[in-house]
Design a protein around this ligand. Sequence first.
Ligand code: FE2
Length: 234
Amino acid sequence: MTIFRQLFDSESSSYTYLLGDQASRKAIIIDPVIEKLNDYLQLCVQLDIELVYAVDTHTHADHITALGKLRSSTGCVTMMGEQSMADCLTEKFADQQIISVGNIELKAIYTPGHTDDSYSFYVKQSGQGKLFTGDTLLIRGTGRTDFQNGNARDQYHSIFSRILKYPDDTLIYPAHDYKGWTVSSVLEERKFNPRLAIDSESKYVELMGSLQLDNPKLMDVAVPANRACGDVNE
Ligand SMILES: [Fe+2]
C-alpha cells in the first residue's frame, strides 16, 4: 500500500506532497511550507509514518520553506539540487539521482528554466507514474523565467525534452495552482497547455519575454530565507 497526499497552502497557492509506504512507514515530503509545519507533523503522527526526507524542487520566491524546521523537529534529511545556493542542507542531489525511502524510488530530474536550481521528481506508485514538476510545468501554464537566473530557452528544453518524454498517462503534479486544478497528465498538457502551443524554441522565448509580471509579494523575504532553509530566526 502506498501513501500519497496532496496538501495545499492557500496563502501562496502551493502544493506540498507527502509520499510514503505502509510497509516501511517511512515518507518523503516535497515542497513543504513553513506555516503548515504543525499540520505536517500531526499528519505524520496520525498516519504513523516517519519523515525521512524533506526536499524542495527549487528556491521558492513566494513562500518560505519548512525544510529547516522539519529537520529540527524530526531529524529528517533535507535536500535540494546541487545548483542550490542554500548552505543549510543535509545533502544535495544531482540529475538522475534516486532518493530511496522504503519501496519508494524518487528520481530527481534537472529541469532548469524557472530557476537554475529547478528539479522535477518522478516516482512510480502502484504502477502509476507521477511527475512533480515544481514551477517548471504548471497545469495549463509554465513557471515564469524572468528572475533567479530563469531562462526561457532552458525551460523549453526541460519541458519538451525531459518532462513530456514520459508516457502520456504520467500524472503531472505542479508546485502551484491558482485556479483549483490539482492534477493533469503528460498527454493533457501536451495537447491543451496554451504556453506549449508553439513550434520552436525561439517562439517560446518570445512568448515568455512578452509576459509582464509583478514580482511575488514575498520575494525579498522568501529568497534569502529559503537560502537558510527557512530558519530565519536561528
Ligand atoms: Fe517558484
